[in-house]
Design a protein around this ligand. Sequence first.
Ligand code: HEM
Length: 529
Amino acid sequence: MALTASIVAAAALGLITVHFVRWLVTEPSLPLPPGPPALPVIGNVHQVPKTFAWRQFAEWRKQYGSIYHLNVFGQHVIVLTTSQAAHDLLAKRGATFSDRPKMFVAQELALKNMNVLLMDYNERFKVRQRLEATVLGQNASSKYLEFQSIESKQLMYDLLMNAGGKGVNIHGFLERTTASTIFALFYGFRIKDAEAPELVNAMQLDDEFSEFVQLGAFLVDTFPALNVLPGPLAPWKAKAEAHHQRQRKLHIGNLNRGLKAPGWTFTKQLHQTVQEENLPISFDELAFEFGTLVDASLDGTVETLNWFIIAIITQDNGFVAKAKQELDRVVGRNRLPTLDDMPHLPFISALLEEVLRWRAVGAGGVPHFTKVESEYQGHRIPANSVVVANHWAVTREEAVFGPDTDSFLPDRWMDGDMLKILPVAGFGYGRRTCPGRFFARNMIWVSMARLLWAFDITPGRSEDGKLTVVDADGCTDGLVMRALPYKASFEPRDENAREVILKDGDTFGEDLPAILSKIGEQLNKKNNK
Ligand code: HEM
């Protein structure tokens, strides 16, 4: 009896202890980060603007500081507004903060879980990340310089031929340049102009897809149980399936083309790796992997270059003349600058950093997700929170970047080592940092250097000859902040510039298979070492 009583007492004590420990672990012992006051059920939904929400998110830093909390229909959203907070959580605690929020319609229905950007940080994702690094890492990216140089020469030629005088909307030329570089390396064919069906098709699908990733676009994203509804009551199902089929047709068609193309391609290289290493990636999945990379590469690169032109037109406080002086001193007037000149052209590199800061094209940030609860600076970050670094706010931190963060001031990158070691917000953070950043940087740098070396760039003129006004703040909403259409005029700076561009600027006669084979040889020689 005494033994039974002792056992009962011990069991009771044990249970109390377990409950106490569980309470300690699970009960919210720390407060949530501060944030705007929430209403029952809808939380802060009524305070979040329907468009350009990222602007309000950046504004809230003034009231709530470097980390704040929103409630969106019960979903915890943690917004990070300083470089330090973003780096501390998304990079230093990457093992915890590298998943993605569930976007039911986009990821599960429209893409059948085949889009790497939306995948959770799991083994499946890591296999793809490793594959991407073999063709997009810093070392691999150095093998594409010659081809990137050819495409940027073509850009100079196109602008010389088409964008002088009253000027034109040059977006299509920038789009062609990036797309052609990417499509050639991935699939073995170049893009002649912005009307090429391969490019038009990809851009249309990209626009269509962005509808699927708008916050609140589908109620079923918030309540996935609604997906059991039959077709007529669940119109998103047919819409997502039709989109999936269109994407599949495009990506499978491109992959087959890349595998059959003469010379080396990304598709051949990675398809071979998948087979040799017996990786668990089906043909469809591989096709979608390439499709995602192509989509991700176009927007960021094209829009960053486009914002650079707008900076030249609207923000010139002397930086254009300074850049031209540096170029003329180092490069002279008889050849285009090349990526080999980079170490000697620090001001051009400062321009690149400043445009990535001034107009980080993913202004609202790309959301991460955490499945486990954690603590930061005395605040509780609940399990299953969306965690997003607001790039607009992070890039406007005066304590980091100095005063006047809304202005384009490249000199802020010329002195002070602190900025040089900062993770660049524009490419995201930690284990989800953009894998295409080396490739993109080279492409943008060489184009920027050549544009400044070759042209005087001014706003375009209207039919009656008046200078048009370019709005540096006008932009589209969405995941990528695109500038609104504008006209710009590109006149060669001097006869030398015209001659150099004309000399071998039309590059469509180049032997693409030979160039690609050489890239493949160099890449694999290095990889095998
Ligand atoms: C200036 C050009 C570019 C910018 C500003 C940019 C920006 C970004 C950002 C902000 C992210 C999200 C990072 C995060 O979640 O924290 C991202 C992801 C990604 N980017 Fe880029 N990107 C650019 C060019 C490229 C290029 C050229 C490629 C491929 C060739 C590429 C492929 C990707 C992919 C696949 C992801 C998804 C990574 C993941 O979810 O883990 N990007 N990029």
